[in-house]
Design a protein around this ligand. Sequence first.
Ligand SMILES: C[S@@+](CC[C@H](N)C(=O)[O-])C[C@H]1O[C@@H](n2cnc3c(N)ncnc32)[C@H](O)[C@@H]1O
Length: 222
Amino acid sequence: MHPDSVPTRGRTLDYGAPVYDMLEPLLMLGKLSANNRRIIDLLSLQKQHRVLDLGCGTGTLTRAIGDRLDAEAGGMALGIDAAAGMIRIAAKKRASTTCRFEVVAAESLPYADTSFDAVVSSLFFHHVDRDLKERAIREAFRVLRSGGLLVVADMHTPTTFMGSLVSHAARWLLVQPQIGENIAGVLPELMLQAGFEQPRLNAMFMGYIALFSTRKAQVHTP
Ligand SMILES: C[S@@+](CC[C@H](N)C(=O)[O-])C[C@H]1O[C@@H](n2cnc3c(N)ncnc32)[C@H](O)[C@@H]1O
């Protein structure tokens, strides 16, 4: 583990960080930017929005979000990852006036209640076990303002033969029971338990990556 990484039971990618930007487009079959665009469309960003990206890796999505915000209006995309190796590369390649990165574990966020308009995460939840998935989703709920959005793209119950083959092979070849939990469909269940509205399944990518969105219900004060 990198000396500056934060301790977590999550499968962090400190050692994969230097090659991550080369490998991810291959693993995503060239669909990475299209998938990120779908995620961003769901966020309905306004220039003053504050957006938190959980398990941001090298920060491609965080930066794409940040580029749509305006620092003078208060807009900021903040990417967090428990792996300092990932954050070092993200900060070097992708930090900007509207895009910052911090070494933080998603299950223990050092941010104030209701301090973000949206929380987003791409391909992070299959790296953590059920307990950490639950804690990270509860933390997302806590830091979101009333009416704030949670958008998650991650492995889920496959809908095609190829999707099933790829996701089950990944679960067993990588010895990653966390993937098995995603395949069993725990993510929407945990969102509901944390207090979010009924999650919406907006799209499936490659037959095994689901794009969910849900909201922290708006509280109307008299
Ligand atoms: C497959 S990568 C996804 C990176 C990026 N979101 C993307 O779409 O390219 C999963 C990331 O989750 C991070 N991670 C694992 N456990 C974590 C935790 N408990 N808190 C925050 N990040 C964690 C890993 O270090 C890794 O960078």
